[in-house]
Design a protein around this ligand. Structure first.
Ligand code: COA
Length: 254
């Protein structure tokens, strides 16, 4: 059995799979896994062949039960941990990628195990998924971006309810709140994620990149600035050979 904490597999069609691979501890994210994820995300960033990435958890029980609590006492000093985080801002790197990131979530997705999917663009959950942020009940707060990403996906009151109670929610509830975009039976989870990734990866690369950028950067801006950003990016897209070919084909097909 491969005991690498992260399995990375490129397939044809521009799709890559990233598997959190510590099923014996519900894919808890330890420092080794975090380092491997960092390296993998750099590889994804720099590989023009990879257009879409699907994240999943190994084993039957969990996407990930969050940060590895067995390392809490052994972690470096607070200052050291902060320095390491600044140097290797994994969540910031994920949020800055211009590839399409899809999380395929099953079983437990707790703490960083739900914050990682929240750094993705699209989340698909299987019916058995349970998503929660237990950090406050343990005496600290989510720190893989969750206090910022969750209220940008779910309504503010729901985000606060999840963060302040620590109670997990099931897949259907997560869907109702907008945290996940689709709920499917467990056996359909990876085929659905793959079909979605392949569809996205088939579209012209530049248009996909620019459209993602318009949404992700624009949502942080006042509307007028967001519209100006969209206009700039649309001009870039329109000037591309892909757009000219695509529009010509559409006109000829009429
Ligand atoms: N870090 C390290 N190990 C973890 C872990 C984590 N976050 N979550 C689960 N594990 C390990 C358990 O220690 C156990 O290991 P063992 O078999 O060597 O004892 C194994 O994974 C299976 O977990 P277990 O607790 O026996 O399963 P369960 O079905 O009884 O409970 C959970 C499942 C998810 C409810 C429970 O494991 C849990 O609460 N985990 C911690 C979740 C958490 O607080 N995450 C946020 C950290 S910030």
């Amino acid at each position: 059995m491969n005991d690498d904490p992260i399995l990375y597999e490129k397939t044809d069609g521009g799709v890559a799979w990233v598997t959190l691979n510590r099923p014996q501890v519900l894919n808890a994210i330890n420092m080794r896994m975090r380092d491997a994820l960092w390296e993998t995300m750099l590889a994804v960033r720099d590989d023009p062949d990879v257009r879409a990435v699907i994240f999943r958890g190994a084993g039957e029980r969990a996407f990930s039960a969050g940060a590895d609590i067995s390392e809490f006492g052994t972690a470096p000093s607070y200052a050291e941990a902060r320095r390491a985080r600044r140097q290797r801002d994994l969540w910031g790197l994920m949020l800055s990628l211009d590839k399409v990131l899809i999380a395929a979530v099953h079983g437990y997705a707790l703490g960083a195990g739900v914050e990682l999917p929240l750094c993705c663009d699209i989340r698909i959950a299987s019916e058995d998924a349970r998503l929660g942020l237990p950090e406050v009940s343990l005496g600290y707060i989510p720190s893989a971006g969750g206090t910022q990403t969750l209220p940008r996906h779910a309504p503010r009151g729901i985000a606060l309810q999840m963060i302040l109670t620590g109670d997990p929610i099931d897949a259907r509830t997560a869907h109702r709140y907008g945290l996940v975009q689709r709920v499917v039976p467990r056996e359909r989870l990876y085929p659905e994620a793959e079909a979605l990734a392949r569809k996205v990866a088939r579209h012209p690369a530049l248009a996909t990149r620019l459209a993602k950028r318009a949404v992700v950067e624009g949502i942080e801006l006042p509307l007028a600035h967001g519209l100006a950003l969209e206009a700039r990016l649309a001009a870039l897209a329109l000037a591309s050979p892909e757009a000219r070919a695509g529009l010509r084909a559409a006109v000829e097909g009429q």
